[in-house]
Ligand binder design. Structure first.
Ligand SMILES: Cc1cc2nc3c(=O)[nH]c(=O)nc-3n(C[C@H](O)[C@H](O)[C@H](O)COP(=O)(O)OP(=O)(O)OC[C@H]3O[C@@H](n4cnc5c(N)ncnc54)[C@H](O)[C@@H]3O)c2cc1C
Length: 356
């Protein structure tokens, strides 16, 4: 049965998605004086967690990270190549409690004046109205500008014809860790075509995961089982499971001025195509998108294009290099010396851990 359609007040800015991109956008837009509604289809912000939860330390200079959201610090990234070489590089950062991190950002958005509606899904758009489904009820809101921060398979992106074309698929188990670990570990090789395996410590636990590019014919579950066998007695029983999609096709066109839409975070393809890291870009570009959305709602016609210029200046070169490296890696995965290829493509992108 079709439920009654209720029309709520109008908002200057609708932010779809309450992840790091959406919450940062909502906060910035509200702080700039816009009336903001942020929605998420989830029941609780940030849950379930679908992330390995590492962020580079430099993000702490850009955003207030709640103390309760930091589980431990990490020092280096240790990369294991198929020919046996082990590369250790400084990559100082934090292992997060991502749910608390996201909840902290959403709370900051609410404190800045944004309205936050959970269990609310964006379904469709009709002119200046957006159709939502909220707790079993259909309703619509009237909005000036929409920020699509709704993740890898963005609904808002489809409204302006911008959809991530390629993904790495990841599965992860959280396990008990027998000995504390100060570094993140990445394992590259033939069992994870176009991706990698990871062991990321989280206090007395660790995330053990694998990501693969499906087009290269990898098999996720056997790769994870084999990786865990290789880790042997370093890891104990499984306490949680997660998985998800990582966009690796590179940045999309992030605005449509006529449609009055901005995209940000995974929805915008602002995810690093080699490492899969996307939290720093989501937070930092989120703030840029929120400011631009507020300005655009206030009649500033140049705000959409300014957002594109601004985010691109911050991350464009790093993300475009990663896309080029991924194209090289995928096209040559099954030809030649895999270790050399991974040195050129993966190890050569490690500046991400410092620059992002
Ligand atoms: C297995 C895995 C491990 C990862 N590990 C790391 C890591 O260690 N470090 C790192 O930096 N990055 C990591 N990433 C990437 C990182 O998680 C993302 O880049 C980041 O979450 C992007 O933030 P976002 O706000 O753009 O999107 P998301 O965090 O995906 O948030 C999008 C939100 O939109 C909501 N939503 C979607 N559609 C709708 C709709 N129609 N209506 C309402 N709400 C909607 C969703 O419920 C979700 O809450 C990992 C990703 C995966 C899959």
């Amino acid at each position: 049965m079709q439920s009654k359609l209720t029309t709520y007040d109008r908002f200057d800015v609708l932010v779809v998605g309450s992840g790091p991109a959406g919450a940062s956008a909502a906060r910035a837009a509200a702080a700039a004086g816009a009336s903001v509604l942020m929605i998420d289809r989830r029941r609780r912000v940030g849950e379930p967690v679908q992330c390995a939860e590492y962020i580079p330390r430099m993000l702490a200079a850009q955003v207030q990270i709640p103390e309760a959201a930091v589980v431990q610090e990490v020092v280096s990234l240790v990369t294991f190549l198929p020919d046996g070489e082990v590369v250790r590089k400084s990559a100082p950062g934090f292992m997060l409690d991502r749910a608390r991190f996201d909840q902290g950002l959403a709370a900051a958005a609410a404190e800045s004046g944004a309205h936050v509606w959970l269990e609310t899904q964006a379904l469709a758009r009709r002119a200046d109205r957006v159709l939502l489904r909220r707790r079993g009820q259909n309703l619509q809101v009237q909005v000036e500008v929409i920020v699509g921060a709704d993740g890898p398979r963005s609904t808002v992106g489809t409204w302006i014809g911008q959809c991530n074309p390629r993904f790495v698929v990841g599965v992860q188990e959280t396990v008990l860790l027998q000995e504390p670990l100060q570094d993140t570990e990445v394992y590259l090789g033939s069992r994870t075509p176009g991706g990698y395996a990871w062991l990321f410590p989280k206090g007395d636990r660790a995330h053990v995961g694998v990501g693969i590019q499906p087009a290269l014919n990898g098999a996720l579950k056997p790769a994870l089982a084999r990786f865990k066998r290789d880790l042997g007695a370093r890891i104990g029983p499984v306490v949680a499971r997660a998985g998800g999609l990582i966009p690796v096709g590179g940045p999309l066109k992030v605005f449509d001025e006529a449609a009055r839409v901005l995209l940000v975070g995974d929805a915008a393809g602002q995810t690093h195509a080699i490492t899969g890291g996307g939290i720093p870009q989501a937070v930092i570009c989120g703030a840029m998108a929120g400011e631009a959305a507020a300005a655009a709602a206030g009649g500033d016609a140049g705000a959409f294009a300014r957002y594109e210029t601004q985010w691109h200046r911050a991350f464009g070169a790093v993300l475009e290099k990663a896309v080029r490296k991924r194209e090289e890696m995928e096209s040559q995965w099954y030809s030649g010396d895999l270790s050399q290829l991974l040195r050129r493509c993966w190890i050569a992108c490690r500046e991400y851990h410092h620059a992002a």
